[in-house]
Design a binder for this molecule. Structure first.
Ligand SMILES: *Cc1c(COP(=O)(O)O)cnc(C)c1O
Length: 399
């Protein structure tokens, strides 16, 4: 691991919260200033013709790496337990450039049916156009993935839980099979953040974070990270070089700033989220909640076995109700904004219906589905807001 991010038994800052505070920065390099400065730059001046010829300078060009990008990449890699980290301009670009770095025409790629929709769009459009055969699989099949594996299966793409429908995948079982067939296991680990799921202890080869979400944490920047094990790092490094993918310095600074408080923020999202999920489950208007950390979730045992925490994102299935009533409920919220993304300090809600784009499994729900992101507002205020919303849902007169 690069300087400033040691991780060994003699290192006092071993626990994740301490790593969050100390990793990826080295104040002595910057006159004692606590934070790594924003290194803006393309050109890096090289000391001598000999060094230029040898090509062994620590930094060579802004697109390849800067002290800013190293700081974030090293910190996330240290937290996730990987060998090497990289920064990309968005979460989606981390996903697409990882797949483009590995797969070529003639390869077969398996993707979970619960995948983030823009990842599916990339696979069905650009990746397919390059001659890569894309196949979707039931997120719950575990080691049953064996019957889908082929000699040319290059990637098994996982996302656990699915960021709308929250299926929990058996990552160790899937990884064991994938590795027997020589495939690479990629995981979109954005829900758990680098704190609550260690991908590399569960067989993942490449872990992807939509850092835009909880790492940035304030809805003010787009950013992605890729963390690799030794097996995959060379492929990704060369792929990113070929693609010209790099993160912007200002965004990286915001990512690093967000990272320092990731622990306290996610603990609050986790606790408020579970409290709200429990409260919602008691409501007569609600059929089910889809929250991996709740005992009612079919994937709860996997969450308990593999994860060390939860964040504030989960879904709710309502009992059957007319769309206009749902709209009346959504339109009147005071604390919940309606909008894409999640992981910021603010509460969000979005209706969703994956039935039109699923291909390997059938989405079944009793009624309308809503995804909630529980922010850092006061929990009692959130409950009151939801309670007022249910009054609108039932068609009660506005208070
Ligand atoms: C938002 C999101 C992404 C993409 O991240 P961007 O930074 O918006 O490109 C990827 N995966 C999941 C699960 C997401 O929610």
């Amino acid at each position: 691991m690069a300087r400033g991010s040691k991780n060994n038994d003699n290192d006092p800052r071993h626990a994740p919260d301490s790593v969050l505070v100390h990793s990826g920065r080295n104040p002595q390099d910057h006159h004692g200033f606590v934070n790594t400065p924003v290194y803006r730059g393309s050109t890096v001046l090289i000391d001598s013709a000999r060094e230029l010829e040898a090509g062994d300078s620590r930094y060579t060009y802004g697109r390849i790496a800067t002290p800013s990008s190293d700081a974030l990449a090293d910190a996330v890699a240290e937290l996730e337990g990987g060998a090497k980290g990289f920064v990309t301009p968005s979460g989606l670009s981390a996903i697409t450039s990882s797949m483009l770095s590995l797969a070529a025409g003639g390869d077969h790629v398996l993707i979970t049916d619960s995948i983030y929709k823009p990842t599916r769009h990339f696979a069905d459009s650009l990746l397919s156009k390059l001659g890569v055969e894309v196949e979707y699989y039931d997120p719950l099949l575990g080691d049953g993935i064996e019957r889908l594996m082929r000699d040319n299966t290059r990637i098994v793409f996982t996302e656990s839980p699915g960021s709308q429908t929250f299926e929990m995948q058996d990552i160790p079982a899937i990884s064991e099979v994938a590795h027997r067939f020589g495939a690479y296991v990629l995981m979109d680990n954005s829900w758990a953040t680098p704190l609550y799921f260690n991908p590399f202890q569960h067989g993942v080869d490449i872990s992807i974070q939509a850092a835009t979400k909880y790492i940035v944490g304030h809805a003010d920047a787009m950013l992605g990270t890729i963390t690799c094990n030794e097996r995959s790092r060379d492929h990704i490094e060369k792929g990113l070089y070929a693609l010209g993918v790099c993160g912007g310095s200002e965004e990286i600074y915001l990512g690093l700033r967000g990272l320092r408080t990731l622990g306290v923020r996610t603990r609050q999202h986790w606790s408020s989220g579970l409290e709200i999920a429990n409260w919602l489950l008691e409501r007569p208007e609600v059929a089910r909640i889809l929250h991996p950390a709740h005992e009612s979730h079919p994937g709860h045992d996997i969450w308990k076995r593999d994860f060390t925490g939860a964040t504030g994102l989960f879904s709710v299935i309502l009992k059957p109700v007319a769309k206009e009533r749902v709209h009346a409920m959504l339109d009147g919220y005071r604390n919940f904004g309606m909008g894409w993304s999640w992981g910021g300090y603010e509460s969000l809600v979005i209706p969703f219906d994956p039935s039109s784009y699923r291909t390997a499994t059938e989405w079944q729900a009793e009624g309308p589905a809503l995804r909630f992101h529980i922010g850092l507002e006061d929990v009692e205020d959130i409950k009151q807001d939801l309670d007022d919303g249910f009054a609108r849902l039932r068609g009660a007169a506005q208070a």
